[in-house]
Design a protein around this ligand. Structure first.
Ligand code: PLP
Length: 477
């Protein structure tokens, strides 16, 4: 494909984009329970305008665009105070949860390098439920993840195992508030005490739920958790604006107890023949759009707006959880602390349930089994889903009913098929055979994903991860 020889008109471009969009999830009608967080329409309009106002400004150079410094400072201060940080707490605006986590992990690594040069094989103590971004950080920064089991009933990290996982090589401890999979908050107060006792850095990943939990604290009837700077021993936090903060994508905050921690985040060089480089972020050139939009959404929502949305999302969640727990075929895993949870079944294949729901234009997110959890579907309830809960429950019942009358795809059978199919295959042949059997045509995913997900469920996890990387490498060509 080549750049068009002559420019297209705006109408032609927008028409073309609209056509491309046809197969996408419809995020406006509240039928998607993952990935997107849509604020009320008036807030979204204000936020869009704020974004466009700073579309082309570059936060790379604080001296050229001082207004972006002022706006970023205000966003960080508002979020720091919501997370009960004092005036010493500092932070940075980043492109998302993963960047916030990468930066906190890199800072912890570099602090340990400076203060404990004797540690040559640094380790991070990580609950099994911690987000994959920590594994990515270990991969990028040469660290060893030490994985800690979960409590079988609550899915919180097992505290005894957590203590035992700490060694003289430990440089960082991690807890989640909440973890994404089951929406459960780790026992952060106890983790803070462990961090203090052992003189270690504790990072709390509040990417998905930090803003939600902070407003939930003010509302009667819902679980309350201390997970922020009010907990002694917490050294840093990651909090995403682009999830339950309702800002458009590209907006997260990493916060540190004081400037001495953040100092390890900053990179500067004047060794190149180009301009002097000083970056707090992984990105260097940074659009002003997400920063202005995040500032806009905080002002357009106000505390009362967030409180109202948190309350209605929790009520909607309660209704869905109660309904599912009455079902003969489904159950909610554990007791979610926020408006996110996951559902499993002993009688039907939940990946087939996701397909049934997809045919009815709903999106539920497949999650694979672990030692503690069966394969399940994740549901994140947010503002857009609240008005359509009854319709959702009706379609969920219909889908379960449809599946309960036929025999489910059985993971054991699929595992057997996969083993037979892959016998003697090279990695490339394995990929080709699996793709063909799963119904991939020209690299395009099949409409029904249950078989693909069940194959991944049936495989050893490393092989599944390898296949996903191969798939992505082929997708963008
Ligand atoms: C708990 C948690 N941490 C980190 C992340 C990563 O965030 P992002 O996708 O913005 O990089 C997520 C994403 O869902 C999350 O749920």
């Amino acid at each position: 494909m080549k750049i068009p020889t002559e420019p297209l008109t705006r109408e032609q471009i927008m028409r073309q984009l609209a056509t491309y969009r046809t197969p996408d999830l419809d995020i406006r009608g509240g039928r998607v329970f993952a990935y997107t967080y849509t604020p009320p329409t008036d807030v979204e309009e204000t936020t869009k305008q704020a974004y466009l106002e700073y579309l082309s400004e570059n936060a790379l150079d604080p001296t050229s665009f001082p207004s972006l410094v002022a706006i970023e400072r205000e966003v960080v201060r508002m979020v720091a105070s919501l997370l009960r940080g004092d005036d010493r707490v500092v932070g940075s605006f980043t492109s998302g949860g993963t960047e916030s986590i990468l930066l906190a992990v890199k800072s912890a690594r570099d602090k340990a390098r400076a203060e404990h040069p004797e540690i040559t094989r640094p380790e991070i103590v990580l609950p099994k439920s911690a987000h994959g971004a920590f594994h990515k950080a270990c991969d990028y920064f040469g660290l060893q993840p030490i994985l800690v089991p979960l409590d079988r009933a609550t899915f919180q990290v097992d505290l005894d195992a957590f203590r035992q996982a700490i060694t003289p090589n430990t440089i960082l401890l991690v807890g989640s508030a909440p973890q994404y999979a089951q929406g459960v908050v780790d026992p952060i107060r106890a983790l803070g005490q462990i961090a203090l006792d052992r003189g270690l850095w504790l990072h709390v990943d509040a990417c998905v739920g930090g803003i939600h939990l902070s407003f939930q604290r003010d509302l009667p009837g819902w679980p309350h958790h201390d997970f922020d700077f009010s907990v002694p021993g917490v050294s840093s936090l990651s909090v995403d604006m682009h999830k339950y903060g309702y800002a458009p994508k590209g907006a997260s905050i990493v916060l540190y107890r004081d400037k001495s921690y953040r100092r390890f985040q900053i990179f500067s060089t004047i060794a190149s023949a180009t301009y002097a480089l000083v970056n707090a972020n992984i990105q260097s050139s940074r659009s002003g759009g997400p920063i202005a939009a995040a500032w806009g959404v905080l002002h357009a929502m106000g505390q009362s707006g967030y409180r109202q949305i948190v309350d209605s999302s929790m009520q909607a969640t309660q209704k869905i959880v109660d309904h599912i727990n009455q079902s003969k075929h489904l159950r909610v895993l554990g007791k979610p602390d926020v408006c996110m949870f996951s559902i499993a079944s002993e009688t039907i294949n939940v990946f087939e349930l996701a397909d049934e729901m997809r045919r009815r234009r709903w999106y539920l997110q497949p999650q694979f089994s672990t030692e503690w959890t069966p394969m399940n579907l994740h549901i994140s309830v947010s503002n857009a889903n609240v008005p359509v809960v009854d319709e959702f429950l009706f379609d969920l019942d219909q889908s379960v009913e449809a599946l309960s009358t036929r025999s489910p795809l059985r993971i054991e059978d699929i595992r057997h098929q996969v083993i037979t199919m892959l016998e003697g295959a090279t990695p490339a042949e394995a990929m080709a055979r699996l793709s063909a059997s799963a119904g991939f045509v020209d690299g395009q995913l099949p409409e029904d994903m249950a078989f693909v997900n069940s194959v991944l469920e049936a495989m050893p996890r490393e092989m599944g991860a390898y296949m996903l990387a191969e798939y992505l490498n082929d997708l963008y060509v």
